[in-house]
Design a protein around this ligand. Structure first.
Ligand code: AOS
Ligand code: MN
Length: 387
């Protein structure tokens, strides 16, 4: 059952919200705009702070440059801190400029590569102002046809570009490289899998790590194995949590496969990847196209909290004994017992004891915040993916 030790560990949980979760988003077929959507980074931060206010789980907001470009990042940092949240990971963007049609850090043209490198230098300047630790690099780089470019030479160019960026980050900063097996390139991606990301970050140095986006694997991939391996290698820097049925759907984390999320979080706990000193950032990377943005984020952070609690419930001594005895069914039952434990009542009681609403989803619905932002945020240009 949920005991004080587990509750104490859960109290340290920090989930970083992506600023872009609050903007309009959609697919290549349609973006359905929503009333009340932020028009600027400050309004995004206010919405993220609301999620944190009701859950106590989300005191950090990740930025994306240029989507969150402002003239004064130090002022944005102060604004966020006034809301009780910090500015977190800075996400670069070398996937929406026409110059990057054939790649960015991997491009055959040194002028284009330098432009992409310089963009990352700008992101590091932002980090210096916001106090962010992580520079997250996700590249849309790749090719659509065999023979289009030299896929090996692209790895060499990528390594050289990353080395120049890595040389610029500060002693207390990190570079996290995110992989994705497809999209937007269709034949090959230049950072398609954890092995490539690991190889590239290993060549850089101790401040370089891998970002694992849970939506970036082929169907059927054993993601928790990758988690265990990267933790064992000391190179799991962060998660981009979301959920998928088929592609990179960016749905509410845990909504498609809560058991998979539990298995991932068990390996995080088992591999010492959970806790304030773990060095593993829990970030959401989701775009809620049809549901309201703020409650979608609240549901997401609660899903992570609930599965983390269940992962912490696994009786690891009994499991180790069963494993050592080759007790297949016994070990499986011990593992699943934790997954089948409904932790929601205990978490609701715990929230109330900490001055938080027992049911954050109901509390948000009753708060009037959604109605207020829909009434206030009229006019201006709503935030979106900027594509
Ligand atoms: C894109 O598919 C990746 O998941 C990125 O992590 C994310 O959407 C990007 O970081 C936003 O800049
Ligand atoms: Mn991602």
């Amino acid at each position: 059952m949920i005991n004080d030790d587990i509750l104490d560990r859960l109290a340290t949980q920090v989930i970083e919200l992506p600023s872009w979760a609050f903007g309009n988003s959609g697919t290549r077929f349609k973006v359905f705009a929503q009333a009340g959507v932020p028009r600027n980074p400050r309004e995004k931060i206010a919405d993220a702070a609301k999620v944190n206010e009701l859950t106590g789980l989300a005191p950090k907001v990740a930025l994306q440059i240029p989507w969150d470009k402002v003239d004064d990042y130090a002022s944005l940092r102060s604004y966020a801190e006034d809301f009780g949240v910090e500015l977190g990971t800075v996400n670069s963007n070398t996937f929406q400029d026409d110059d990057y049609k054939f790649g960015s850090l991997t491009h055959w043209d040194p002028r284009i590569r330098q432009k992409a490198i310089d963009h990352h230098f700008d992101c590091i300047d932002v980090m210096d102002a916001t106090g962010s630790r992580d520079l997250k690099i996700w590249l849309a780089d790749g090719t659509n046809y065999p023979g289009q470019d030299d896929i090996r030479a692209r790895q060499d160019r990528l390594a050289d570009s990353l080395q120049q960026i890595y040389a610029r980050i500060g002693d207390d900063q990190r570079l996290v490289l995110e992989y994705k097996f497809f999209e937007p390139a269709f034949y090959h991606m230049d950072v398609p899998d954890w092995g490539t990301a690991y190889t590239q970050v290993l060549a850089l140095g101790d401040k370089a790590h891998v970002c694992l986006d849970t939506g970036h694997h082929a169907p059927g991939t054993n993601i928790e194995f990758i988690v265990a391996q990267l933790l064992r290698l000391g190179r799991l820097g962060s998660f981009d949590f979301n959920s998928r049925f088929y592609a990179d759907d960016d749905l509410i984390v845990g909504s498609a496969d809560p058991f998979q999320l539990f298995r991932i979080l068990y390996e995080v706990v088992r591999g010492d990847g959970f806790g304030p000193d773990s060095g593993v950032a829990f970030m959401l990377d989701q775009c809620h196209n049809i549901e309201k943005k703020i409650p979608g984020q609240i549901r997401s952070v609660l899903n992570v909290q609930e599965m983390t609690a269940r992962a912490l419930l696994v009786d690891r001594d009994a499991l180790a004994t069963a494993q050592a005895a080759g007790d297949v069914l016994g070990a499986h039952e011990i593992f699943n017992d934790a997954f089948y434990t409904d932790v929601r009542p205990a978490l609701a009681d715990w929230r109330e004891k900490r001055g938080l609403p027992a049911n954050p989803m109901k509390a948000y619905a009753a708060s009037g915040y959604q109605e207020q932002i829909e009434a206030d945020r009229v006019g201006g240009e709503q935030a979106g993916w900027g594509a």
